[in-house]
Design a protein around this ligand. Structure first.
Ligand code: NAD
Length: 298
């Protein structure tokens, strides 16, 4: 299939690579020339704008940082909707608010293009391994149409309901993830301060009731897991600023629904502190650093 793929960051680049491996033809666009160059090496062709990329496509997939980028890429003057042929399906895999999904879906529908939100979980490791979970907000015919393509990038493709409901699932999952990563950091930092070997502590947690994905697959303590961002200075992975964005989506949604969000609101403030201290571009598991003793003479 001819696919336009827009947004080749930490997630989008490996997702696009898996589509190429599955035999799809990709036309890519990204503002970052280095990201485009890497995709060209992997076998994609490039376009000068989202509009140009979409013009050649039978399907459009986007993987962008936040709602403002999604609006610009779809609705902008040189955007996807300006270039796509009528009826071409569109799938946005970014994590954004459900209201923006509905706005873009309505604009796409006005030119007969069905639109799905399909945010993902599984992190950069899942994107590379092709084992992502897609949470899909789409009507049934569109879901059946895009499912085989999404399976080239993931292992689970889950229908959640109407457009926007994929984001609801994603926002709730990341609310829990943001809180659990803080909890694991707090426990690991306390254990280290009290003198236990962090690797021993992680082993105990991971065979005990405190176990969770943040402890057993993405442990924030350096050296505990060789494949986790903590083992490479928290570079790459899922930026703390993106987690901060997701917790903002959760607190906004909670306000609209008149739901309390005690733990999420506290976690949001902690990631805000990371951002303020210049750690926003590090992987979110660098929140462990909030628990490290500061040297007042430094
Ligand atoms: P990223 O910042 O690494 O990549 C975003 C890419 O979009 C960049 O290459 C950037 O140049 C490009 N971009 C920005 N504006 C653009 C525009 N107007 N036109 C074209 N390209 C543009 O982000 P990421 O980590 O890949 O995350 C992407 C989305 O996936 C986010 O919504 C994030 O919340 C979500 N997500 C990330 C992870 C993770 O582990 N990184 C996991 C699940 C979901």
């Amino acid at each position: 299939m001819e696919i336009a793929f827009i947004g080749l960051g930490n997630m989008g680049a490996p997702m696009a690579a898996n589509l190429l491996k599955a035999g799809h033809a990709l036309t890519v666009f990204d503002l970052d020339a280095n990201a485009v160059a890497a995709a060209l090496l992997a076998g994609a062709t490039s376009a000068g704008s989202p509009r140009e990329a979409a013009a050649r496509a039978d399907l459009v997939i986007t993987m962008l940082p936040a709602a403002a980028h999604v609006r610009q890429v779809y609705l902008g003057e040189d955007g996807v909707l300006a270039g796509a042929r009528p009826g071409v399906p569109m799938v946005d895999c970014s994590t954004i608010d459900p209201a923006t999904v509905r706005t873009v879906a309505e604009a796409a529908a006005s030119q007969d293009s069905p639109f799905a939100d399909a945010p993902v979980s599984g992190g950069t490791g899942g994107a590379q391994a092709g084992t992502l979970t897609f949470m899909v907000g789409a009507d049934q015919p569109l879901f059946e149409r895009i499912r085989p393509v999404l399976l080239a990038m993931g292992r689970n493709v889950v229908p959640c309901g109407a457009p926007g409901t994929g984001q609801v699932a994603k926002i709730c999952n990341n609310l829990l993830l943001g809180i659990s990563m803080m909890g694991v950091s707090e426990a690991m930092a306390l254990g280290a301060a009290l003198g236990i070997d962090p690797a021993v502590l992680a082993g105990i947690i991971n065979t005990s009731t405190g176990r969770c994905w943040s402890s057993d697959s993405y442990n924030p303590y350096p050296g505990v897991q060789p494949a986790a961002p903590a083992a490479r200075g928290y570079v790459g992975g899922f930026a703390a600023d993106l987690m901060l964005k997701d917790l903002g989506l959760a607190t906004d949604a909670a306000r609209q629904a008149h739901q309390p969000l005690w733990m999420g609101a506290l976690a949001q403030q902690l990631y805000q502190s990371m951002s303020q201290q210049g750690m926003g571009r590090l992987d979110f598991s660098a929140c462990l650093k909030l628990y490290e003793k500061q040297d007042p003479s430094a």
